[in-house]
Write a protein that binds this ligand. Structure first.
Ligand code: M6R
Length: 611
């Protein structure tokens, strides 16, 4: 949720911190702050500057020539305490010598705060995080690392913490438990951040901290130790992302850019993974032998939000194409409902960020019970990816907009490959496998063609965006796409939208239909087309406006609907790819029309690292 960045080295720290926070703004954007040590003045409290609002506010407040070569910054997504300057990070102890930033939630902070207040410690904020600064100060005897480690023993909950002390110039100490922290190894400088986008402009050499680890860094060295004081040998990974991938590159916002990247990102997700000759998939990362895969009798998907929608599509495919029973579970539900783990089941944790707390904890629960969990992740080196026993990286490249778009279609691509992998082990023939692959290979081009609906969808957004309620309706494999279309509209335009199975509307939601409530129909090109057309007529008969998406040559659908979005014809099994794109565009243009902040919608954060 929140973003953290730390820097120690020869360059002006404030600039690197504010630029890094700008890159991390998608993780939280209600307030931000930095703390920078004063050069050559051992013992002088770090200078702290905090502002509510976007990073632009903070940037304005930070003097351009601010001195100091070591410090840290934080962009906040409020959990405990409202959006105020006092609650913004960094937090300091009473003397101001200790400064900390924190991601996560300290569950026992009330008890700790009570204990500290009894000792006369004054609190300035309503946050759970401030207790950390005071604990470190109380435990400090000339060694910041030791003081932080002693303080951690009192904390219950999750944290990524970074701290500095006035008496130790140039030193940054960080600790991780449940909230990601990555060390950036530069040339005579070190960085520490909650994700790699904050450091991509400075180094591509990184070390991912594990839970329970503490890092101490100076400009030329760093040391990692675990909870038992054992030194950890760092594994330096190389980030494959290019800096341009996190620039807007001429688009008005990241969401627009990411929607238009989809032909390429889907291509990346499937390329090198199609064995045309044998009509099967090549998924080397699953880390399961053919024999083990053959023994799998059912698949379970664990995910949240848009990733769950991809899982719902994936499960329908696994059942219809591979004849494997499959179900997608909301991670936040699975963890707490004492799930039965059936034998011969394979679990997939699906997550763009690889850091979603609900998904991570559900996956740990499954593993604790002996289940096998593979990951379908975008961010390489993320916690879910590292804790999975294998899996598929979807290679969408960095997704910055809060509303997930390209990661979704890449997750779909991974599921199509998985379905093929399983299908070819069971009933699917060589020839049928080749046909399936041929259709998959066409998807990037079909999505490119679909993007041509841009102007038409923009006009529809203008026409409809003042309506307060929408229904999104789909059947079969397009039902999850209806859910996804409704989620996209809700999260960035704040228009209320319900995703429903078209066949289900007459069981209740049809009561909502009126000239004020448009219905967006996803009309499949298969045996469900006629049933869907009947559902459209039911809505029309009750005066509800209908926007229909269907094959471009579907004249009947076009004649019934008030507005029609014609899409390139693809094998109906692959329609989720082409259907979702206009829905992403519709949400985007409605949000734009209504003057919303598309990339940073209210109340949301990109990766939800708290439960
Ligand atoms: O990073 P993840 O895929 O695990 O994130 C899961 C959800 O938080 C995420 O998909 C969320 O629903 C998006 N904002 C949807 O656009």
């Amino acid at each position: 949720m929140c973003g953290i960045v730390g820097y120690t080295g020869p360059r002006q720290a404030s600039r690197i911190l504010v630029d890094g926070l700008k890159r991390l703004e998608y993780r939280g954007y209600d307030s931000a702050g930095i703390a920078v040590q004063v050069d050559g003045a051992t013992g002088a409290p770090p200078v702290v500057i905090k502002r509510t609002g976007k990073i632009a506010e903070l940037r304005q407040a930070v003097p351009k020539d601010m001195a100091g070569h070591c410090g840290m910054g934080h962009t906040r997504w409020a959990t405990h305490g409202g959006v105020t300057g006092e609650n913004a990070h960094p937090h300091t102890d009473a003397s101001g010598k200790v400064a900390i930033v924190h991601n996560g939630i300290i569950e026992n902070y009330m008890a700790l705060k009570g204990m500290l207040e009894k000792q006369g410690v004054p609190f300035r904020s309503e946050t759970d995080s401030e207790v950390i600064a005071h604990l470190v100060a109380l435990n400090y005897e000339g060694d910041l690392e030791a003081a932080l480690k002693a303080s951690l023993k009192h904390l219950k909950g999750t944290y990524g913490i970074v701290c500095v002390h006035a008496d130790e110039p140039g030193r940054i100490v960080g600790a991780r438990n449940g909230s990601p922290l990555v060390v950036g190894v530069g040339d005579g400088e070190m960085l520490l951040a909650s994700d790699v986008t904050a450091m991509l402009a400075h180094t591509k050499r990184v070390v991912y901290l594990n839970d329970g680890e503490v890092v101490t860094m100076l400009p030329h060295e760093f040391r990692i130790s675990d909870g038992d004081e054992r030194r950890v040998d760092p594994r330096i990974d190389h980030i494959a992302w290019e800096l341009e991938a996190i620039e807007k590159e001429g688009f008005s916002c990241y969401m627009e850019k990411e929607i238009f990247e989809q032909p390429d990102s889907i291509e990346r997700a499937i390329s090198g993974r199609m064995d045309h000759e044998n009509g099967c998939a090549k998924l080397g990362g699953l880390n399961l032998s053919k024999k083990e895969l053959h023994g799998i009798e059912r698949v379970r998907v664990i995910a949240a939000g848009t990733s769950w929608h991809a899982g719902l599509v994936g499960c329908q495919l696994l059942e219809s194409v591979a004849r494997i029973p499959a179900a997608a579970e909301l991670a936040s539900e699975l963890r707490y409902r004492n799930p039965v783990l059936e034998p011969a089941s394979l679990y997939f944790a699906v997550s763009q960020s690889g850091e979603t707390a609900d998904t991570l904890y559900a996956m740990r629960e499954v593993r604790r019970r002996g289940g096998t969990v593979l990951g379908i992740c975008n961010v390489v080196g993320s916690t879910i990816a590292r804790e999975s026993e294998g899996g598929v990286y979807v290679h969408s490249g960095p997704e910055i907009a809060v509303a997930s778009t390209k990661a979704f279609t890449s997750q779909l691509a991974a599921f199509y490959l998985l379905a093929l992998e399983f299908a070819r082990m069971h009933d699917m023939s060589h020839h049928e496998g080749q046909r399936f692959l041929a259709a998959l290979r066409e998807v990037p081009a079909a999505v490119r063609k679909t993007l041509a609906v841009r102007d038409h969808v923009q006009a529809l957004a203008k026409k409809y965006c003042r309506h307060a309620d929408f229904l999104f309706l789909g059947r079969g494999i397009l039902f999850p796409i209806a859910l996804e279309g409704a989620l996209k509209l809700k999260e960035i335009s704040y228009i209320h939208a319900e995703g429903y199975a078209s066949g289900e509307i007459k069981h209740g939601p049809i009561a909502l239909v009126s000239p004020e409530t448009p219905s967006v129909f996803l009309v499949p090109g298969d045996h469900l087309r006629e049933k869907t057309i009947s559902n459209m007529k039911e809505i029309k008969a009750r005066g509800g406006p209908v926007i229909a998406l269907a094959d471009e040559d579907d004249e009947l659908v076009a004649s019934i609907a008030d507005d029609f979005i014609g899409l390139p014809k693809v094998d109906p099994r692959f329609q989720p790819f082409t259907m979702v794109v206009p829905l992403q565009l519709f949400a985007y243009f409605c949000a734009l029309e209504l003057g919303r902040d598309v990339d940073q919608p209210r109340n949301l954060a990109k990766s939800v690292t708290v439960e």
